[in-house]
Ligand binder design. Structure first.
Ligand SMILES: Nc1nc2c(ncn2[C@@H]2O[C@H](COP(=O)(O)OP(=O)(O)OP(=O)(O)O)[C@@H](O)[C@H]2O)c(=O)[nH]1
Length: 366
């Protein structure tokens, strides 16, 4: 299996987070503009303490924006904005704002809440806000409650806010469902674009992009890696003698065996037809040769079958380490030349030959 097919998915999530954070920044700016503007209106209408309260709320919004610019932490940014807005709305209900119109701002809350949190947390916070509103409406004599609302207003306020909340919940649930379906679809497509359908291994395109990443890592940090180019020997015979389906079965069984032998960080790919390429990060030439030799031995000894018929299979491979080439193309060319030598000298072998470590190294660097 292709081991990491989620890079596009991660990129989508990162893009989404960046967009959310940008929206929150604009929202914060808009909130400050409203607070300052309505504060002035309250000031000129003679509600000076209300004006001061509104202006005071710009401070936590500003601090929250500054914190985000410093820490770049989206969940902190969301929590900060949520706490500030919750406190502001509690103040607006309890004080009544200007002419008892403060609670009207609460209609902004449900869509914003579901946008900032998830459905469950949003519903919980919304219920808490309802509780605050009920306390304020029912107990106008409490010390922090300055407003007294009439019965008709209270009934209509709760009815309309509830309707809006349910509507927002349904919309957000549908939006989330559609978004998750899209992300799943993107993930499936990305997986398909990077995977060989028959064997389930990475395809040529995927391993080429990984090779380029690994090569950059080598240039940056000096981490060595090696590649092994493998060709199944006389594969045409399997197709001719046992049929194309048998050939397909052999390719799949070989892929499974290879996948079992390599490390988690290694990548096995179908390079094309009956050719496979292994990319072995942090692996010297000697270690790569040892692995290739082990794979060769296991393949030769394995019991590949199709419809109870034994399919005898061997491999030839060319190995190259990054130290022997100056580019990925150079590495692939070298490995291909070594593979050609392996075929020429009788197949079922690895080139450079592994006799003992020193000899292999001498051959490879010759
Ligand atoms: N069944 C099956 N066969 C494939 C697939 N891809 C390539 N082949 C076959 O692999 C065979 C490769 O044959 P050749 O290029 O002549 O090589 P070979 O028979 O392996 O001989 P050497 O490479 O010289 O050892 C061809 O018969 C292709 O049809 C596949 O996906 N499924």
């Amino acid at each position: 299996m292709n081991k990491d097919f989620s890079s596009g998915y991660k990129a989508t999530r990162e893009r989404e987070n960046a967009q959310v954070s940008q929206i929150l920044t604009w929202l914060s700016l808009a909130a400050m503009a409203f607070l300052v503007g309505i504060g002035f209106k309250a000031w000129f209408s003679g509600h000076t303490s209300h004006a001061f309260f509104l202006w005071a709320f710009t401070l936590p919004v500003l601090i929250n924006m500054g914190l985000f610019a410093w820490k770049q932490d989206l969940s902190l940014q969301k929590t900060g904005l949520l706490v500030t807005i919750s406190l502001l709305f509690t103040y607006l209900i309890a004080s009544g704002g200007e002419s008892n119109t403060g609670p009207l701002w609460l209609y902004v809350f449900p869509p914003l809440l579901f946008f900032l949190t998830n459905l469950k947390t949003g519903t919980m916070i919304l219920l808490l806000v309802y509780l605050v509103a009920i306390v304020v409406f029912q107990f106008p004599g409490l010390p922090f409650v300055l407003a007294d609302y009439n019965r008709d207003f209270k009934i209509r306020f709760f009815a309309t806010l509830s309707l809006e909340s349910v509507f927002c919940f349904i919309l957000e649930a549908n939006r989330l469902k559609a978004r998750n379906q899209l992300l799943d679809l993107a993930r499936t497509h990305e997986h398909a674009a990077r995977t060989d359908e028959l064997t389930g291994l990475a395809n040529r395109r995927d391993i080429l992009s990984r090779l380029s990443e690994e090569f950059s890592r080598y240039k940056r940090l000096g981490h060595h890696f090696s590649i092994v180019l493998i060709d199944l020997d006389l594969f045409k015979n399997i197709n001719d003698v046992h049929g194309h389906d048998a050939g397909d079965a052999a390719l799949k069984q070989f892929a499974r065996l290879t996948q079992r032998l390599i490390r988690n960080t290694d990548v096995a790919a179908r390079w094309g037809g009956e050719e496979f390429l292994l990319m072995l990060p942090d692996t010297s030439l000697i270690s790569a040769l040892t692995l290739a030799e082990r794979l060769r031995t296991e393949v030769a000894a394995a019991n590949f079958t199709f419809n109870n018929q034994r399919l005898s299979l061997t491999i030839s491979a060319g190995v190259c380490s990054v130290a022997q080439a100056s580019s990925i193309d150079g590495m692939l060319r070298q490995a291909d030349m070594q593979l050609y030598c392996a075929k020429e000298s009788g197949r079922n072998r690895i080139v450079p030959r592994v006799r003992n470590n020193q000899q292999a190294f001498a051959d490879a660097t010759a």
